[in-house]
Structure formats: C-alpha cells, structure tokens
Design a protein around this ligand. Structure first.
Ligand code: HEM
Length: 116
C-alpha cells in the first residue's frame, strides 16, 4: 500500500508542477494545463488524506489544520483558474485572476513544505 500511496504523492507533485508551471509559462492568461493541475491537486490531495486516515499500516499522522487550510486555498486556486480560463477562451485576459490562482498555488507549496 505504501507504493500506491507514493504513486499518489507523485501525481500530487506532477499536479503541482502543472499548476505552477502552467501559471509561469502562460501568464497573464490562464492555460488549460493550469486548470487541470488545479483540479488534480484537490483530487489527489483528498485521496492522500483519505488513505493516510484509513490505512494504519502507512503510519501517517494527518495534520488536520494544515490539510484543511490547503484544501481551502486549493479550492480558491481552482475557482480563479476556472474563471480565468473561461475569460481567456473568450479572448479576454484578466491578469489579477491569473496571478491570484498562481500566487495561491505557490502559497500552498509553502504551506506544504514549511508547516509541520
Ligand atoms: C494548489 C494546491 C496544492 C499544492 C500546490 C500542493 C503541494 C504539495 C507539495 C509540494 C507537497 C509535498 C510536500 C512534502 O513532501 O513535504 C504536498 C504534500 C501533501 N499534500 Fe498537497 N498541495 C495542494 C493541495 C492539497 C490538498 C487540497 C490537500 C488535501 C486536502 C493536500 C494534501 C497533501 C498531503 C496529505 C501531502 C503529504 C504527502 C506525504 O508526503 O505523505 N494537498 N502538497
């Protein structure tokens, strides 16, 4: 099971690369890659917490305040990315929305690494 859990961690890191890399490469517009990365983070993050909480042999202890904060930030990232992408498709770039999504995604990387 540890292997499966670690594979989900890999997809979580690839999702982080998509949302942050997609932001840096396409700003001030929101790219499709960034939107998919933002969706992937919510999904893979919830799977990680679900596995950590239910599979005791993994030996994981969930820091609930931390993951709830990450979830709230990730939902904001996805919301700004979805709205910014819809505008980009109509030929309109809304830079503040793109930077809000990208900046909050980077904030979540800090929370992931610094909050223990
Ligand atoms: C934009 C959204 C997100 C970004 C950029 C992000 C980024 C990261 C990064 C960089 C790590 C690796 C940190 C480390 O190993 O020290 C990580 C780990 C983790 N993330 Fe996220 N995350 C996001 C959203 C979420 C969400 C929504 C949840 C849960 C609801 C979540 C749950 C976790 C968990 C449980 C781990 C620990 C994995 C482990 O090492 O066992 N993340 N995240």
């Amino acid at each position: 099971m540890t292997f499966v859990y670690n594979l989900v961690v890999v997809t979580h890191l690839l999702g982080m690369a998509a949302v942050v890399g997609g932001y840096v490469a396409a700003q001030p517009r929101v790219s499709e890659l960034m939107v998919w990365g933002a969706r992937a983070q919510i999904l893979t993050g919830i799977v990680l917490v679900g596995m950590a909480e239910s599979i005791h042999s993994l030996g994981k202890e969930t820091n609930m305040p931390k993951v709830i904060t990450k979830l709230v930030v990730a939902v904001l990232v996805a919301a700004f990315a979805e709205m910014g992408r819809a505008d980009a498709k109509r030929g309109k770039a809304v830079p503040w929305m793109t930077h809000a999504a990208g900046g909050l995604a980077i904030l979540n990387v800090f929370i992931a690494a610094v909050w223990h």
